[in-house]
Design a protein around this ligand. Structure first.
Ligand code: ADP
Length: 151
């Protein structure tokens, strides 16, 4: 069973994350989308709400599971028996940052990180921009899956 962990804050999930997960479904038997809750102080949505948004977006996809975790990502990979970490790359800044983390994770655990380049149509989207749009009353719905709606 090829299992990949897709770790992140997902505050909230965006069309960029959605695209990465959809495309990775062809590569793995199961994708565990794992919401990291180490640094909760500045989040806009609770971990429960973030989980709900992702679960609803993939409710028809049995290969996607959503969890929360704290602590080291590689420790959580071992706990759930994930052999791969999945990450998206938007730009050179992402690459530089992710490179150091991926090397560290492999040094610590031997776990490989698999990178997918973002689709050009979603490469400009980030959760922090989505939060800004929400805070200022803009139309965030064009940046996120339909499951992300604020009452
Ligand atoms: P983190 O707090 O770990 O950066 P995010 O929720 O922002 O968590 O991102 C999780 C993963 O999704 C990262 O690999 C990030 O590069 C990727 N990602 C973020 N935005 C996009 C996007 N627009 N397109 C594709 N991948 C993205």
């Amino acid at each position: 069973m090829k299992r990949a962990l897709f770790p992140g804050s997902f505050d909230p999930i965006t069309l960029g994350h959605y695209d990465i997960i959809q495309r990775a479904l062809d590569l793995f038997d199961e994708i565990v989308v794992a919401i990291g809750v180490n640094n909760e102080k500045n989040s806009m949505f609770t971990a429960e709400k973030r989980k709900e948004f992702i679960e609803k977006a993939f409710e028809k996809e049995p290969k996607v599971r959503v969890t929360t975790y704290s602590g080291l990502t590689v420790d959580y990979c071992k706990e759930i028996d994930a052999q791969f970490i999945l990450r998206g790359l938007r730009n050179p800044a992402d690459f530089e940052f992710e490179k150091a983390i991926a090397h560290t994770n492999r040094k610590l655990s031997g776990i490989e990180t698999v990178f997918l380049l973002t689709a050009s149509r979603t490469s400009f989207i980030s959760s922090s921009i989505v939060r800004d749009v929400i805070r200022n009353g803009g139309d965030y719905t064009v940046l996120v899956p339909d499951s992300v709606r604020i009452e």
